[in-house]
Design a protein around this ligand. Sequence first.
Ligand SMILES: Nc1ncnc2c1ncn2[C@@H]1O[C@H](COP(=O)(O)OP(=O)(O)OP(=O)(O)O)[C@@H](O)[C@H]1O
Length: 350
Amino acid sequence: MTLPPARIVVEDLSKSYRIAAPARPPGAGRRLGFSLGFSRGFSLALPFAPRRRRVIEALRDVSFTIAPHTITGLIGPNGAGKSTLIKILSGILRPSAGHVRIGGLIPWADRIRHVGRIGVVFGQRSQLWWDLPVDGGFALLRDIYRVPPDAYRVRRARLVETLRLEGILDQPVRQLSLGQRMRAELAAALLHAPPLLILDEPTIGLDAPSKLAVRAFIHDLNRQEGTTVLLTTHDMHDIEALARRVIVIGHGRVLADSPFETLRATTLSGRRLVASFDGTVPPIALPDGVTRLSDGEGVLELDFDPARVPAADLVRLLDAAGGRLADISIVRPSIEDVISRFYERHGAAE
Ligand SMILES: Nc1ncnc2c1ncn2[C@@H]1O[C@H](COP(=O)(O)OP(=O)(O)OP(=O)(O)O)[C@@H](O)[C@H]1O
């Protein structure tokens, strides 16, 4: 089973939802003439009164291209439009406007061929059958995707081994722990060896060792099989561990599309330095580009821009200041801090 590599091309994609607006407050219909007032405080809405609708623009003019064999992170605050985009790319939803081609197919129009070429894992939903043993679900997926018996045997054995599924194959899915279920879901999505894996919050709710195991598996899958991975997550450690490129969505638009390090450099490039002294902090004249955050109890905390003041120069300055320097640590802002600042700057958070 060799399927074509998955290049994703998205052009000017928009999706709006029409939803029923909240019910009109009592009396409002009467003013518009769509209900009859019989007496004070009582009104009857007529059936021909038009239903009020509200339009939510979940995606607006979204464009990007993803090369085969890469891992791309798709991030954005709650309600940004990520799930809507994932559903369109999976062929579940039709956009209101724009174009998508994945490996040359239009996901919603060529749906049957398309789903045979992608694997999808939704962290919050199961694609396996709740009451069936894990292996029974795998066999059903083999039939649905028409995986040839020999290819299935090899593939299943490999996934069972790498995802450590041996001990849970005969257990019904509903009995599995979240970590076990997620490993089984990954195997289920990959039995037909798709060239594209779409992951929607694959580590949600997992404990630390399970998160590490899922990340390692995705990393190896991409390296060893060249599987293209599109990863949506709110866990920035998933992004840090896996994705060289991030697409940030906010209010339905692409706000950034770059390597994470570029996002960091343009959003929160500073470093934090904490120096501890035995005794008091000596007087130090700080150069431009360095801000004193706190200074007391023998601890000096600085914020500095490494492009203007290299860390090594700062350390030399502190060492030569005349105090008894005991310890120094320099940290970069966490990925959560960088992303939160980015959302804040773009007014993207809900
Ligand atoms: N079926 C639907 N009908 C109406 N509105 C919807 C529907 N699905 C999503 N929306 C709206 O579209 C917008 C984008 O939602 P979407 O679920 O795509 O965001 P998201 O980025 O995945 O959010 P989260 O991170 O919270 O899962 C939101 O305003 C949401 O309320």
